[in-house]
Unconditional design. Structure first.
Length: 258
């Protein structure tokens, strides 16, 4: 415990000296530089295979992000689809309302005591009240339709931007995946080249072995000649030698030609 406290006081004193002599900004710069040096040393000492595994893990961590954002885009697409249906239905309803109001307006253009619609009679005042009610409803729904159309336009822009981001994110992800595979293949090639370059042969020992094999071969040949010489003693008369003419020997061995 006392040793740790002593070390702490030494480090604190050294830091105080640095601050007092160099200043706060300069001391911070020194510390940052030292920390970067330590980080670089650690990175340089880390095996490349480990770094590639770490890269693969980081790429795998991107997959949930892609799926999550793709789900957001899918939800936006569904919302836009339903909003388009609602907008189209509201627009068709407004068009139908305008067509009906036109009929009422055309009827009011004629002075009649009674107006016939759907097999029933209506007074002019009833037609005017119904047309006024329809106009009020049309204006209210027109404002609602304009709001929906504006919202639909915004949703379209949001969907396009989100889709573009997901596509770009996935493109970069696929590039990283391909890059990681390329780096893995390149590392294997480098390791194979290193393994081939690290092969070392002692050619002097190979030459000695070849020379020894040649010497042994010569000695075997000498022994073989000695054995052959012992099998046929020199000076003896060849009693059993075949002295017949060559034609007789040929006819006996291969048969005479008729």
């Amino acid at each position: 415990m006392l040793l740790r406290m002593k070390r702490w006081w030494i480090a604190a004193a050294a830091g105080t000296v640095l601050v007092s002599s160099l200043g706060v900004a300069t001391t911070g710069s020194y510390l940052k530089t030292a920390w970067r040096g330590v980080g670089k040393t650690i990175r340089d000492a880390t095996p490349i295979t480990f770094e590639l595994e770490r890269l693969g893990g980081m790429i795998q961590d991107l997959e949930p992000e892609i799926r999550r954002n793709q789900k957001v885009v899918a939800q936006l697409e569904v919302e836009v689809e339903y909003l388009e249906r609602e907008t189209a239905a509201a627009r068709a309803e407004q068009e139908q309302s305008v067509a009906q109001m036109r009929k009422l307006r055309e009827a009011l253009g004629q002075e009649q005591p009674q107006y016939q619609f759907g097999g029933q009679s209506y007074t002019r005042e009833e037609i005017e009240r119904d047309l006024a009610r329809r106009l009020d409803q049309y204006e209210e729904r027109r404002a609602q339709l304009a709001a929906k159309e504006q919202l639909l336009e915004q949703r379209h822009r949001t969907l396009e931007a989100a889709s573009a981001k997901v596509v770009e994110y996935r493109r970069q992800y696929e590039q990283l995946l391909a890059k990681a595979e390329t780096l893995q293949a390149e590392l294997k090639l480098v390791e194979q080249a290193q393994a081939a370059g690290s092969l070392q042969f002692d050619h002097s020992k190979l030459a000695q072995a070849k020379q020894l094999s040649q010497d042994v071969e010569k000695r075997i040949r000498v022994l073989q000649k000695l054995v052959d010489a012992e099998r046929q003693p020199s000076g003896e008369i060849p009693v059993d030698a075949d002295t017949r003419p060559v034609t007789v020997r040929f006819d006996e061995l291969l048969g005479a030609k008729e």
